[in-house]
Design a protein around this ligand. Structure first.
Ligand SMILES: Nc1ncnc2c1ncn2[C@@H]1O[C@H](COP(=O)(O)OP(=O)(O)OP(=O)(O)O)[C@@H](O)[C@H]1O
Ligand SMILES: [Mg+2]
Length: 284
């Protein structure tokens, strides 16, 4: 699904308050993968909630494949677009409301598509096993009794159950173990046609699989750059208090030190392997 934000602003309270999101223009194409970065309080979660149609723009409009969210709200058409979206909230417990973790997983499929239980169980098994979640245990456990890393995995798995056309993840790797992180990256890199928007303070987790970085500061879009141009724009990030990915900072430093690389590296281990082969190590 393609999403277009047209001059979108959002104000939480009464007129006169600060704008949480201000005059944002943004187009995210079908299948495109972006990270949304910015300092705490810059408006990332608010923008994601606007994309998810949980809140309506105070000004401007959001289009889903050309259809206006305002028009859809008037015609009570929002459920038809919501069922094409998977969302992971910043605080996963905010999205849990079922008695068992398994019912949480099954909810969207039962609710939107009503398929047979057997089909739901097969899908749930497929999705949860990579995250190391025990399906039998999920059937008897309240989602609120899971650890915070497990809650995030459950919320992610729930979002993935319906194979959404657009996936929105708010800090998906916060508190997650290395295996969960690897599984998330593996899943995201396999979703060719799915539009993915990831809000994160850890850009490096996703550099390998994304197309673009969008930066937001004080509610305004301050950066919108394809991955292959990121290295040129590290200063702009720093200017807006966005922490650049460490792997790119190291490459800027190497370049300043006169060490030439054969390409831009997005993964620290790959960069280290290159350096081991090309830079003289310590003398024995
Ligand atoms: N429910 C709310 N009511 C009033 N103001 C809010 C509410 N939620 C957020 N805000 C304000 O809107 C602005 C943007 O908040 P938002 O949660 O979108 O930031 P964020 O970029 O997601 O921050 P973080 O990185 O800390 O998650 C902040 O100034 C915040 O105080
Ligand atoms: Mg947030």
């Amino acid at each position: 699904m393609e999403i277009t934000c047209s001059n979108v602003s959002y104000q939480y309270e009464s007129p006169g308050d600060e704008w949480a999101v201000c005059d944002v223009d943004l187009r995210i194409g079908r299948g495109e993968k972006i990270v949304l970065v910015g300092p705490a309080g810059s408006g990332k979660t608010t923008l994601l909630q606007l994309f998810d149609a949980l809140i309506m723009p105070t000004r401007g409009d959001i289009l889903y494949d050309g259809l206006s969210v305002r028009a859809m709200a008037r015609q009570k058409g929002l459920p038809s677009v919501r069922r094409r979206m998977g969302v992971l909230f910043q605080f996963p417990e905010d999205q849990f409301f079922q008695d068992t973790a398994y019912d949480e997983l099954a909810f969207a499929m039962r609710n939107f598509f009503g398929p047979r239980e057997q089909e739901i169980e097969r899908r749930a098994y497929e999705i949860t096993q990579g995250f190391g979640l025990d399906l039998a245990l999920l059937k008897t456990t309240s989602p609120f009794r899971l650890s915070s890393g497990e809650k995030r995995k459950l919320a992610l798995a729930s979002a993935l159950m319906i194979s959404p056309e657009i996936l929105m993840l708010d800090e998906p790797t916060a508190g997650m173990d290395a295996a969960g992180r690897r599984e998330l990256i593996r899943i995201l890199s396999s979703l060719d046609d799915t539009t993915v928007i990831i809000v994160t303070h850890n850009q490096e987790d996703f550099l390998g699989i994304i197309d673009r970085v969008v930066g937001i500061s004080g509610g305004r879009k301050v950066l919108d750059v394809r991955k292959d141009r990121l290295l040129e724009l590290l200063e702009s990030m720093e200017r807006f208090h966005i922490v650049p990915p460490l792997v790119l900072l190291v490459q800027r430093w190497l370049s300043q030190a006169g060490i030439r690389l054969d390409r831009t590296y997005y993964d620290m281990e790959d960069l280290i392997s290159f350096l081991k082969g090309h830079v003289p190590g310590p003398r024995p």
